[in-house]
Design a protein around this ligand. Structure first.
Ligand code: CTP
Ligand code: MG
Length: 223
């Protein structure tokens, strides 16, 4: 395998409501992070996995993942971007393709990991999985008055794993300024090209209690 996967998993899960850090919460009896890592490890191109865990949970996460797959676990940071940077710094020499994949997208199928990696291998420096936007989108002002309707056909909803030529991601993080919600945004800011590939509905980000219920249903019906 020529691919390393960074798994930012150090978030609190505030929007899920009170409880353990999100990556450690149970979905059908297993932590979200276990579901996520199992699917990443099932992708044949994956050679190394580096997890950024909540700083107080590094040992617990190591023990939890040992039976699932060989992983390196490092303490994450206060922002997602800092967690990604910490994981990136721990990638072993070798892999020239680096994917960044949210633990919160716990049901992401291995074939999506492969298709993102394949697009980087084919020569794209930065690759993101996307879905079309299904809702009508309005732009509003501060008082919620509608300013207009956005042309949905030109919009995409972005998922992970996002894939990068390793040198490109390292350079982007080195010169990164303000935190962004995704890694491809760092490349865009620096004028780099980012290419889309088809995403997967199973790669939904588990964010709110509704998403946990949906993910539980999907798992018990075969995801
Ligand atoms: N993440 C991280 N380090 C942080 C914040 C987030 O590694 N300091 C990770 C989360 O663990 C998650 C991914 O980034 O896998 C996407 O973040 P999000 O879905 O926002 O998760 P949380 O930040 O945990 O959730 P919330 O924003 O509701 O607290
Ligand atoms: Mg968050």
């Amino acid at each position: 395998g020529d691919v390393a996967v960074l798994v930012p998993a150090a978030g609190a899960g505030v929007r899920l409501g009170p409880g353990a850090p999100k990556a450690l919460r149970l979905l059908a009896g297993e932590p979200l992070l276990v579901h996520a890592v199992r699917r990443i490890a099932a992708a044949p191109s994956v050679h190394a996995i580096v997890v950024a865990a909540p700083a107080t949970e590094v040992e617990a996460v190591r023990a939890m993942l040992a039976p699932v797959a060989p992983v390196t676990v490092v303490p994450g940071g206060a922002e997602r971007q800092a967690s990604v940077a910490a994981a990136l710094a721990a990638v072993p020499a070798g892999p020239e393709i680096v994917l960044v994949h949210d633990a919160a997208r716990a049901l992401t199928p291995p074939h999506l990991v492969e298709s993102v990696a394949a697009a980087v291998r084919d020569g794209h420096d930065a690759v993101i999985p996307v879905l079309p936007v299904v809702d009508t989108i309005k732009e509003v002002d501060a008082t919620e008055r509608v300013l207009g309707t956005v042309d949905r056909s030109a919009l995409r909803a972005v998922q992970t794993p996002q894939g990068f030529r390793r040198s490109v991601l390292v350079a982007a993080h080195r010169s990164a300024g303000d935190a962004l919600t995704d890694d491809a945004g760092l490349i865009e800011k620096q004028g780099g090209a980012v290419m889309c590939v088809p995403g997967s509905e199973l790669a939904l980000k588990i964010t709110r209690p509704f998403d946990m219920a949906l993910a539980e249903h999907l798992l018990t019906t075969g995801a």
